[in-house]
Design a protein around this ligand. Structure first.
Ligand code: 5GP
Ligand code: ZN
Length: 114
């Protein structure tokens, strides 16, 4: 989608620090990390937010979790643990309108969710 920052990253129009890529999914380092490890995992097809996920996207969303699992093992955070966050909409604090999964790790994360 035009004017979508993450679509531009997918197309290579904006540089990113990629950690995983296949035909459907891209993962790259967050530009403003909230933890020592902060990776964004996104579908390459533009889906605006979690609320826009359709039944036909179920396989893709499941695959995103498999990719997160793989990245966690590759980055050796599988033993100590990590957190996955999806912000949705204004109250959820979503700033970029392209579905993304935050993968956070590398320190003991705060106990509070909000
Ligand atoms: P949200 O608040 O929408 O859940 O998260 C958006 C995330 O995207 C933020 O953590 C922000 O730092 C990250 N971000 C925004 N623009 C860019 C960019 O151009 N490159 C990268 N790598 N991350 C970005
Ligand atoms: Zn997009």
């Amino acid at each position: 989608m035009e004017d979508c920052i993450f679509c531009k990253i997918i197309k290579g129009e904006i540089p990113s620090n990629k950690v995983y890529e296949d035909e459907e999914i891209l993962a790259f380092k967050d530009i403003n990390p909230a933890a020592p490890i902060h990776i964004l995992v996104i579908p390459k097809r533009h889906i605006t937010s979690l609320i826009e996920i359709k039944e036909e996207d179920e396989k893709l969303i499941a695959k995103i979790y498999s990719v997160i699992n793989k990245i966690a093992k590759d980055m050796q955070i599988d033993q100590k643990g990590f957190r996955v966050i999806v912000n949705c909409g204004e109250d959820g604090g979503q700033e970029v309108g392209h579905l993304h999964f935050h993968l956070l790790a590398g320190k003991k994360l705060g106990e509070k969710i909000v």
